[in-house]
Design a protein around this ligand. Structure first.
Ligand code: UD1
Ligand code: CA
Length: 464
């Protein structure tokens, strides 16, 4: 058979996924930050196939939008309006194939552990034969189709678990549901499918028996157990996600040089990047779009979503979303960085600090108990304990600007819009409603009054 440019993939993603008991189509459930079908598409990406046809049906619009977002070259979708089985799904896909396609790689949409090298080997195994299929020997083959072989070891067919005899169920070699078939032979065999089985469906698996019956050799490529795992329910989803996370951590530890103190409690989505000599401490969750710099220390107990963490930064017990944390910055513990936060080089956002849409310049410190929302803070600014930007009046959000080198004393309310000029000093306990000029002192609080003997007189009146 031919090269990859003349090979098309057909990905089956139309099923409902009844065993998930979900309102969401099965293939859109996520494992390690990516949809099930998305994982299959990523395994296809390095192959450079000429065409990828995804068969959608259940929640067709959402699945279509999701797979198109992958931007996989040559990807199109076809709709299988009613789902009459895997063989029916491929029948529906065939008219969408380009004229020059001469072999078809069929994949399920629910096998997120599949990798490109395994697919390469399957395609290589198909060279010179009409068809090849992927199989695996499992300790517990329950639920999978079993591979039938004759006395010489040649594949003769596949039988589904529910249609199998006890003797067939004892076979431990399972069908991964992944095949490469010469186009003309596939078309012919699809035309011979019937619904003579327990589910009354058109089974793609029967194609293998039909080809073998015609004397066409079907090569079987036996691969490792985890690559083929189909995800049919939520327990299998959790198991697959654990494998994906562990693979990614293994890659970071062995190829990049990242220390992971406790892989079991360190949950990284598959696209998260981490730099050399970074340290991930227990209880760390890093979600899609997050990038951690070299020598950074993240955790324990930090949960970052789509964040950029600079080299040498530390992020301890922190929740952060769409935040940019500068090099050598220090964050946490118990810090909440909301979208639009940018922390400069060597800056600090310490305990019980919340930020949102706030830029904090290089070397500036917010060590404890503060809320900075809709704020621009310059460089080398000191924001003392208990400072709050009063950014919302119930209708509109207003901006606070604190210029370079300013010092904002404890328990200051900055009633926005307001600007504190560079080098200015704001006295503790102030409620600022007016701008502070550069290098000025602002005191915005009532003067203290001391009444001599007042407390003693009160105690005397109460007889103490
Ligand atoms: C299938 C195989 C089984 C194999 C297993 C491997 C058949 C009959 N059985 O079983 O031999 O061991 O995969 O994981 O093929 N789909 C459609 N349209 C349909 C039906 C299904 O697009 O009409 C899609 C599903 O969304 C899914 C894939 O095909 O992504 C496989 O279907 P599923 O019902 O999960 O098949 P299994 O029972 O796992
Ligand atoms: Ca399945």
């Amino acid at each position: 058979m031919s090269d990859n440019a003349r090979t098309a993939a057909v990905v089956l993603a139309a099923g409902k996924g009844t065993r998930f008991r979900s309102d969401l189509a099965k293939v859109l459930h996520r494992a390690a930050g990516r949809t099930l079908v998305g994982h299959v598409l990523e395994a296809l990406r390095p192959l450079g196939l000429g065409q990828v046809v995804v068969v959608v049906g259940h929640q067709a619009e959402d699945v279509t939008a999701s797979v198109q977002a992958s931007d996989l070259p040559g990807l199109t979708t076809v709709v299988q309006e009613e789902q009459h089985g895997t063989g029916h799904a491929v029948q529906v896909a065939m008219p969408a194939l380009a004229d020059d396609v001469d072999r078809v790689l069929v994949l399920p949409g629910d096998t997120p552990l599949l990798t490109a090298p395994t697919l390469e080997r399957l395609l290589a195994a198909a060279q010179g034969s009409t068809a090849a299929m992927l199989t695996a020997r499992l300790e517990d083959p329950t639920g999978y189709g079993r591979v039938l072989r004759d006395a010489d070891g040649n594949v003769t067919g596949i039988v589904e678990q529910r249609d199998a005899t006890d003797a067939q169920r004892a076979i431990d070699e399972i069908n991964a549901g992944m095949y490469v078939v010469a186009r003309d032979h596939l078309v012919a065999a699809l035309g011979q499918l019937d619904t003579d089985n327990d589910q009354g469906e058109l089974y793609l698996t029967d194609v293998v028996g039909i080809l073998a019956g015609k004397g066409e050799p079907v090569a079987a490529f036996v691969t490792s157990e985890d690559e083929v795992a189909g995800v049919n329910d939520r327990r299998q989803l959790a198991d697959a996600a654990a494998v994906l996370r562990r693979r990614h951590l293994d890659h970071l530890m062995t190829e990049v040089g990242v220390s992971v103190a406790d892989p079991a409690t360190t949950h990284l989505d598959v696209d998260v990047e981490v730099g050399r000599d970074a340290v991930l401490l227990p209880g760390t969750i890093l979600e899609s779009g997050t990038r951690i710099g070299e020598r950074a220390v993240v955790g324990p107990n930090s949960h970052l979503t789509a964040c950029q963490v600079g080299n040498d930064a530390t992020v301890h017990s922190t929740r952060a979303t769409e935040a940019v944390i500068g090099e050598h910055a220090s964050v946490g513990p118990f810090t909440h960085l909301r979208p639009g936060t940018r922390l400069g080089v060597k800056s600090k956002a310490g305990a019980f600090v919340e930020t949102k849409n706030a830029q904090i310049g290089d070397g500036s410190k917010v060590p404890h108990l503060a809320y900075l929302g809709d704020a621009t803070v310059g460089e080398q600014v000191n924001i003392a304990c208990g400072v709050i930007t009063v950014n919302y009046d119930g209708f509109t959000k207003s901006h606070t600007t604190i210029e370079d080198g300013a010092f904002v004393g404890c328990d200051t309310m900055l009633v926005a819009p307001v600007t504190v000029g560079s080098g200015a000093f704001v006295a503790a306990g102030s409620t600022l409603t007016d701008d502070v000029p550069a290098d000025a002192l602002a005191i915005a609080r009532a003067r203290q009054v001391n009444k001599e003997g007042w407390a003693a007189e009160r105690r005397r009146q109460h007889g103490r």
